[in-house]
Design a protein around this ligand. Structure first.
Ligand SMILES: Nc1ncnc2c1ncn2[C@@H]1O[C@H](COP(=O)(O)OP(=O)(O)OP(=O)(O)O)[C@@H](O)[C@H]1O
Ligand SMILES: [Mg+2]
Length: 275
């Protein structure tokens, strides 16, 4: 599809899906930038985050996860390692006792999730990430809740990215397949024109073919200029598309490196990638 705005097309003037607030004019395509307001800093970072749920014990222990402009960062680790908790902490759904969250150089540690959305963050949680009784299109409209402008162009772009959603736009989202639901969830998050997208297990419960397809779409979104921080249980495949990878164990950073470095690390392979 040549008219797809998510594709690597620097000539495309219709960049409405990208929130260019605080970003360079041109889509940053996998170039580590020197255009940060905070020189050398990542675009989004949760740094040395320590905290847990309510009055419960700490789940995260000085945990750090970041994503650079134009890149894909992948967080992997065993069940219960705190991957979702780290995502929630970065999105403001968890009070961190210490550590900080910065977006494009600005300290946003004290902001509510809603305020973080207004600042440009999009988040697709691991569970309950769509309204099953609403239609596909209503889900996308809900995603645009912070917008007062005409969002029909963005919706058209989401439909270009995920053509099946256009076909099924009047169907209840709960009637869709697992992979299609995940497309609704990602599409919903794109409706705010985020400047960074956080995805918690976007390929959960889908077949390998659908997983590949979803990864391709995620790469497209990243190349359109929206950096992606995602948690994945398909660790090997996800690290293959990752610029940066984090292995979390018991709420701590166990291994950090480029996707390639982690894939080639004998210890990571043995313990987390099945040899
Ligand atoms: N809402 C909650 N209230 C209290 N404890 C929680 C809550 N959610 C998660 N936990 C606890 O935090 C720890 C980390 O859970 P988390 O969901 O972050 O792990 P995860 O790495 O995302 O696991 P999975 O791979 O299964 O999704 C677990 O011990 C879990 O029991
Ligand atoms: Mg999880």
């Amino acid at each position: 599809m040549t008219d797809n705005p998510y594709q690597d097309d620097r000539g495309n003037k219709d960049a409405t899906i990208t929130n260019t607030k605080g970003m360079s004019d041109e889509f940053p395509i996998r170039e580590s930038g020197d255009a940060y307001p905070a020189p050398g800093g990542p675009f989004l970072t949760g740094e040395a985050m320590t905290g847990g749920y309510g009055k419960g014990p700490d789940i995260l222990h000085e945990c750090t996860v970041s994503v650079n402009k134009g890149e894909i960062a992948v967080i992997v680790g065993p069940n219960g390692a705190g991957k979702s908790t780290a995502m929630k902490a970065v999105f403001g759904m968890l009070d961190v006792r210490s550590g900080s969250v910065r977006l494009n150089g600005e300290d946003i540690t004290a902001l509510s999730p809603q305020d973080r959305v207004v600042k440009g963050m999009g988040f697709v949680p691991q569970n309950a990430n769509i309204f099953t009784s609403m239609t596909v299109e209503e889900n996308l409209e809900m995603g645009a809740f912070i917008r007062r402008d005409d969002f029909s162009d963005t919706m058209a772009q989401v439909y270009d990215l995920f053509p099946i959603l256009k076909e099924k736009r009047h169907q209840a989202a709960g009637e869709l397949s697992g992979g299609q639901r995940q497309q609704v969830a990602v599409g919903r998050a794109l409706m705010t024109q985020p400047s960074v997208l956080m995805l918690d297990e976007p390929t959960a419960g889908v077949s390998p073919i659908v997983m590949d397809e979803l990864f391709d779409r995620i790469i497209e979104v990243a190349r359109s200029g929206i950096p992606i921080m995602m948690v994945e249980q398909n660790a090997r495949q996800a690290l293959e598309i990752a610029d940066k990878g984090y292995v979390l164990v018991q709420g701590r950073n166990a291994f950090t490196g480029t996707g390639k470095e982690l894939l080639n690390d004998p210890e990571v392979r043995k313990s987390f990638l099945g040899g």
